[in-house]
Design a protein around this ligand. Structure first.
Ligand SMILES: *Cc1c(COP(=O)(O)O)cnc(C)c1O
Length: 428
């Protein structure tokens, strides 16, 4: 890792301040203030011996020497912008290390494939993102990996029972490889107690092959409003396409965690080729500079828009995390785990699909598109878009009802967004 300033005297600098400089030495790039795009597939070795030595390191044939800064090899393995981006991403979650991927789904699938083997099981809290649902429900079973969703009651006892059920179905030599949670869930914003899941994972310490890893998809609130590593998660996964990328102009993903946990995932990424490219890495470095500004502004606006919608007679309910009852179980989890409510929430209109469609088609400023976390506000219809592949009875069980519209609030003036929503509600 390249050393740069992280403290002024005893004073530690915040991630938001380090995003413009951390890990990049202008002297190595002609004094450029910004890290250039190293649009290069391969890198020149200093000598044949140096090439052999760094390849041995890359293949795990020798240990890294103290203070060794490994040379660059080939952009499927490493690239300057990718490494600087990973160093900066790790800061937000106070992680040892981050890995960046070509998409959120590349991050999820590479991580899961690195730890689950035929005969193993994965227990996950539902609903999850539509692509993750497809991976767990349709693709991993083709490799003999059984994935067990848990929905409804996600309390301690219900989770323990789900794990017992999963264990009962495991073949000889199999194990529970991972407990996977999306928190909050997309699109319902249901929260789960991560410390409880971490205890559950630890309680399986005795199984052969070691305890399951707790994987948490933190796309919706992270890295600003929730830091799952602090609540016992082993690996935190992001779709960087959303808030971190933040401009709806790239697709990428990441995971963060300990050096030991990420080493195996990194090996799989190198061979599966699921890393991102130098240009996308550079765009993400640009995005990280305003991450805190964007997420704070969007959250402040989301409060205003959610309040205006909640007060409207055509709206039955607004599923905004800021509105959870502090005395409820969800409220207690929110207070313990989250430092902000984020800016993606659901709006339940009186009526069903017809009313939802009239509202969506009448919006003028907000765009009708899947995705979230960008500078522009987006509106979508989960039951018929992101979660269209989830069977109708499961949609109902998960709370993805036909009157649910999902909004992702961006950085426009909140009064303009409210005006847009109110005129669209007039058309319902
Ligand atoms: C979008 C999303 C993903 C998938 O990310 P891609 O970058 O589209 O591959 C995974 N999880 C959540 C919560 C998401 O919103």
């Amino acid at each position: 890792m390249r050393r740069t300033i992280t403290h002024i005297g005893e004073h530690a600098l915040a991630p938001a301040s380090l995003m413009m400089s951390y890990g990049f030495d202008p002297k190595l790039s002609e004094g450029a203030i910004k890290c250039p795009v190293f649009q290069s597939s391969t890198f020149v070795f200093e000598s044949a011996a140096a090439g052999k030595s760094v390849m041995q390191l890359a293949y795990g044939l020798r240990e890294r020497e103290q203070a060794e800064d490994p040379a660059l090899i080939y952009s499927r393995i490493n690239n300057p912008a990718l490494e600087i981006l990973e160093d900066r991403l790790a800061l937000w979650d106070k992680a040892d290390r981050a890995l960046v991927f070509a998409s959120g789904m590349a991050a999820i699938s590479t991580t899961v494939l690195s730890m689950a083997r035929p005969g193993d099981a994965i227990v996950y809290t539902a609903p999850v993102y539509g692509g993750t649902d497809f991976l767990f429900d349709k693709l991993l079973p083709q490799f003999g990996i059984r994935c067990h969703p848990v929905h409804g009651d996600l309390g301690d006892a219900a989770m323990q029972q789900a794990v017992e059920r999963a264990r009962a179905g495991i073949g000889p030599g199999g194990r529970i490889a991972a407990i996977y949670a999306e928190n909050p869930a997309n699109p319902t914003n249901r929260l789960i107690d991560l410390a409880m899941l971490a205890d559950l994972a630890r309680s399986l310490d005795g199984q052969s092959g070691g305890r399951p890893k707790l994987l948490v998809d933190n796309t919706m609130l992270g890295p600003l409003w929730q830091q799952p590593l602090a609540h016992g998660a082993d690996i935190v996964i992001y779709s960087l396409t959303k808030y971190v990328g933040g401009h709806s102009d790239l697709i990428a993903g990441s995971c963060v965690g300990s050096e030991a946990d990420l080493a195996a995932i990194s090996g799989f990424r190198t061979i599966l080729g699921t890393m991102t490219d130098p240009h996308t890495a550079w765009l993400l470095l640009r995005s990280l500079e305003t991450l805190s500004l964007r997420m704070r502004q969007a959250e402040a606006s989301a409060w205003k828009v959610a309040e205006a919608l909640g007060a409207h007679p055509k709206v039955a309910e607004v599923g905004f995390l800021g509105f959870v009852d502090p005395a409820s179980e969800q409220g207690r989890i929110f207070a313990r785990q989250c430092s902000g409510a984020g800016s993606t929430f659901s709006v339940f209109l009186h009526g069903g699909e017809a009313e939802a469609f009239r509202f969506l088609d009448a919006l003028k400023l907000m765009k009708l598109a899947v995705s979230l976390g960008g500078t522009e506000s987006l509106a979508s219809y989960p039951a018929g878009m992101t979660h269209v592949d989830v069977a109708p009875e499961m949609q109902r069980a998960y709370g993805i009802s036909d009157n649910l519209v999902r909004l992702s609030i961006g950085v426009e003036e909140p009064e303009d967004l409210i005006a847009d929503c109110l005129q669209a509600l007039d058309q319902v």
